[in-house]
Write a protein that binds this ligand. Structure first.
Ligand code: SAH
Ligand code: SF4
Length: 341
């Protein structure tokens, strides 16, 4: 049975029309689910008994199971179990500007970045739109607070699951849905160029983040095998044309790995690469994982890197270290769990 959380408003309208019902019923269902948080068709009082029964026989309303949850002052980290037993993670981060959730887009990831726990566990399957929507719903239910923004930066490469991720965006962005503003939704990619081009042509105000992590091909290919298929020169071209087309500022994520990509030379090379582009760089402190060859960059390297970018007039911030005491890098909880098996 297909999950109700897989349906965009228009698709649900089509469904109602196809069974000879008025299409405004779709809006009512959306409001019950996403506004009133009622997930049982039989509790939807403005729906007739026969229609309740029909809906109940047509759509599943299963949520996810919370397998483990770890909380610290500013973060909650969830390990969810899907119906088929697969495990995915999502993280709640409490910022001063609101609650943000980092969601997973796949079970595992095939991109094979050498520093990443998610990449160590090969892709098992894509998540459906419903699987992603339900990560948000579960956390919303758990904390009983509004979710203000979403970043697709958990396990998986969202642009390797483009259609489902975009469907999720339309569902949560709907005014009858969770109603998370497009400007508060960010998708992070390791750099799948054809999908960046496609994303530029969506009529949406959502944001793009690029995991760059290195300022030249040699280093980037070592860290991110995807760079061999989509080298930096082409990636930079794609980013530039995305910015030209959308007029939106792009986030460049740069993970700092001690003595690997955190040197002064790298900072200068990165500044040159990004010069004049409407981007801002987010320097991410590395969370050490079982990839023992990589170490967190010491603070003095981080600050020097930051200063060099600033000096070269590149917009830059250092990501706040969130919940480092609780396996905060997405993929780590699941990796721990899977390794135990
Ligand atoms: N696949 C997409 C989105 C998921 S990864 C992408 O690569 O952009 C989200 C971000 O987490 C990426 O920038 C990734 O480089 C980063 N990341 C992976 N492992 C990490 C770790 N151990 N510590 C900190 N960030 C990490
Ligand atoms: Fe996949 Fe992103 Fe991890 Fe690379 S960093 S392996 S693309 S999840």
């Amino acid at each position: 049975m297909d999950s109700i959380f897989n349906y965009k408003l228009e698709e649900l309208e089509d469904f109602f029309e196809s069974i000879g019902e008025k299409k405004f019923k779709a809006r009512q269902i959306f409001e019950w689910i996403y506004k009133k948080h009622i997930y049982d068709f039989y509790e939807m009082s403005n729906i007739s008994k026969t229609l309740q029964e029909k809906l109940n026989n047509t759509f599943s309303t299963n949520l996810l199971t919370i397998k483990t949850k770890q909380s610290s002052k500013l973060t909650n980290k969830y390990l969810f179990e899907l119906e088929d037993g697969n495990l995915i993670e999502a993280v709640l981060m409490r910022h001063d500007y609101g609650n943000s959730i980092c969601v997973s887009s796949q079970v595992g990831c095939n991109m094979g970045c050498t520093f990443c726990e998610s990449g160590r566990l090969k892709k098992v399957r894509n998540l459906s739109a419903a699987d992603i929507v339900r990560q948000i719903i579960m956390i919303q239910e758990d904390i009983d607070e509004r979710i203000d923004s979403i970043v697709v930066m958990g396990i998986g490469e969202p642009f390797d699951n483009y259609d489902n991720v975009m469907k999720m965006v339309r569902i949560v962005n709907s005014p009858y849905g969770i109603e998370i503003g497009a400007r508060h939704i960010t998708i992070s990619t390791s750099g799948l160029i054809p999908m960046i081009e496609k994303y530029a042509n969506e009529d949406l105000q959502t944001n793009l983040a690029i995991s760059l992590h290195a300022p030249n091909d040699e280093l980037r290919s070592k860290l991110m095998p995807v760079n061999r298929a989509y080298p930096l020169k082409d990636l930079m071209k794609a980013i530039k044309s995305y910015i030209d087309k959308t007029n939106r500022r792009v986030t460049i994520e740069y993970l700092l790995l001690k003595d690997v990509n955190d040197t002064e030379e790298c900072a200068i090379e990165l500044s040159k690469l990004l010069k004049g582009l409407n981007v801002y760089v987010n320097l991410i402190p590395y969370n050490e994982t079982s990839h023992i060859e990589y170490k967190t960059s010491p603070n003095k390297n981080v600050m020097k890197f930051y200063d060099l970018l600033k000096k070269n007039k590149i917009n830059v911030t250092v990501r706040m270290k969130f919940g480092d005491e609780i396996d905060a890098a997405c993929g780590q909880l699941r990796a721990n769990e899977v390794n135990k098996l």
